[in-house]
Design a protein around this ligand. Structure first.
Ligand SMILES: *Cc1c(COP(=O)(O)O)cnc(C)c1O
Length: 493
């Protein structure tokens, strides 16, 4: 029988670690103290001293390891199988990057170590900033922000400050209706009102709407390119020209850089500020809540506003942290950013080289187009005439008569061993299935996935109930989401 990653037919239940009823067992075996035990009442206020032991589970080391190892097999990951979560770019990450990030000299570096003692780390940070500037065509980059959303926030803070500096603060930000929710959130956090721009019938930003809405009140336009429909914004240059002529900035959401790196540079299109999602594009595992990194890149005018301190190369070759930055928006996080992610990026970029990055983009686009072609007879692909960049957005419209929806398709894919794609996003496509195969998947994987999607579409016609019952091979079956939201049961009975 085929192995379905993340699923099981064994039917084992794993108790909560607190349900292992034992006392007096310990996972650690330390020798007896040879010095007097510390007396907490000498160093802590009485109110903070425990009177009873903490209710921690008591297990031996092997029981603890087995409990967590068993639980880990319940998780789906890119190391187990295909993970085509659109927009999230769940690509396979070469293990050599993990090796580098875990080298003790990197992993155990102390964040308060003096700059002179950690020159290699500062140098790597500096070089990643240089390399990202080269890849994107931006004047300078800071790796300080911790996520894409954080890089967006930093960029909009810089834009706001630059406009204030020009003596021309503004009130609004224009954002297409296909945008990721972080774009309007970022604008709102900067005190801007958001005005939505409709997507044209071709799936691209409507140039006439941009011309109509861009005025002296608008601070910036935020644009994702390729956009979340997986289409390249062909009019990007014209959009930037309109915004610039009327005194605004263009922010480029760089989450989809993996479709164009080595082929086109946002800086050359006219983008003034952008974020990079290193955990998506530059090979860092994500999906478990981090850590990530969302460097921010800017055009020359915005350079003085970059977060500080800035790694800067001196005449003697030493790299110092420059803090004398009068216009900087300041720190956006502690220390120098998520160094582990930055280090993985450095290894990735050195490993790939310019040609490798170009090849990665080409393969990401080829794979998505191949997948689009394979499923086009069974699913509706509303935009792009069947062509796309790095991801394809399909919909459940062809299944309308069967009563089977995108949610059922997603759950049925789990039974077939796949992580579902992103569903019901972007919002402009009803019943959207947003599929991003990434460049790291083989032709066989893409064909097997497409065959499963097509088999599900066939099954929708003959046995729709089977799909509505899915998933049936997982540790947990389909939740009643409405009930879970209204009457959540948050502890085990
Ligand atoms: C993922 C994503 C973001 C947000 O990035 P995070 O790193 O998750 O904060 C923004 N825009 C787009 C288009 C994305 O796909």
């Amino acid at each position: 029988m085929r192995h379905y990653p993340g699923t099981t037919t064994l039917g084992f239940e794993e108790p909560l670690i607190f349900d292992y009823q034992k006392t007096g067992v310990s996972g650690a075996s330390l020798p007896e103290l040879q010095v007097p035990a510390a007396n907490p009442s000498e160093s802590l206020p009485a109110a903070l001293i425990r009177t009873e032991a903490a209710a921690l589970p008591e297990l031996s080391e092997s029981e603890t390891v087995r409990h967590f190892t068993r639980l880990s097999t319940w998780n789906y990951s890119v190391d187990l199988g295909f993970y085509p979560l659109g927009s999230c770019t769940m690509k396979y990450n070469p293990k050599v990057n993990e090796w580098a990030a875990r080298l003790p000299r990197a992993a155990r570096m102390h964040p308060y170590a003096p700059v002179a003692a950690v020159q290699p780390a500062i140098e790597i940070t500096y070089e990643v900033e240089q390399m990202l500037a080269e890849v994107s065509g931006m004047a300078e980059v800071s790796v300080q922000p911790s996520a894409g959303a954080h890089g967006e926030l930093a960029a909009m803070m810089m834009i706001r400050k630059a406009l204030k500096q020009r003596g021309n603060p503004r009130k609004k930000v224009l954002i297409p209706d296909t945008a990721h929710g972080t774009n309007p959130a970022t604008s709102a956090l900067n005190g801007y009102a958001v005005e939505s721009i409709a997507t044209g019938a071709d799936g691209l930003i409507d140039l006439a709407s941009v011309a109509e809405k861009m005025n002296e009140d608008v601070a910036a336009l935020m644009l994702t390119n390729p956009n979340t429909l997986g289409l390249f914004e062909q009019n990007i240059k014209a959009v930037c020209d309109i915004v610039h002529e009327r005194g605004g900035f263009v922010f480029g959401d760089g989450a989809n850089l993996n479709a164009i790196m080595g082929r086109g540079r946002p800086g050359d299109f006219g983008i003034d500020a952008m974020q990079f999602n290193l955990h998506k594009t530059m090979s860092t595992p994500h999906g478990g809540g981090g850590p990530g990194a969302g460097p921010v890149g800017v055009c020359a005018e915005l350079v003085p506003f970059l977060p500080g301190p800035r790694p800067t190369r001196q005449a003697d070759g030493q790299i110092v942290l420059q803090s004398d930055l009068p216009l900087s928006i300041g720190r956006v996080r502690t220390f120098m950013g998520n160094f582990g992610v930055v280090l993985r990026t450095w290894v990735y970029l050195r490993e790939m080289g310019a040609k490798g990055l170009q090849h990665a983009s080409d393969m990401a686009v080829l794979n998505a187009n191949y997948l689009a072609r394979l499923i086009a007879d069974h699913y509706h692909i509303p935009y792009g005439d069947g062509r796309c960049m790095h991801e394809v957005v399909a919909s459940d419209r062809t299944l309308a008569d069967t009563g089977v929806t995108t949610l059922d398709v997603a759950k049925a894919l789990i039974d077939r061993g796949f992580h579902p794609p992103t569903v019901y996003f972007p919002l402009v496509v009803k019943g959207a299935l947003m599929i991003e195969p990434t460049e790291t998947e083989s032709r066989e994987t893409i064909e097997t996935f497409a065959a499963s999607l097509n088999e599900i579409a066939e099954l929708a016609k003959t046995d729709p109930d089977a799909l509505r019952a899915a998933p049936t091979r997982t540790h947990r079956r389909r939740f009643d989401e409405a009930l879970a939201a209204r009457k959540p049961v948050l502890i085990a009975e």
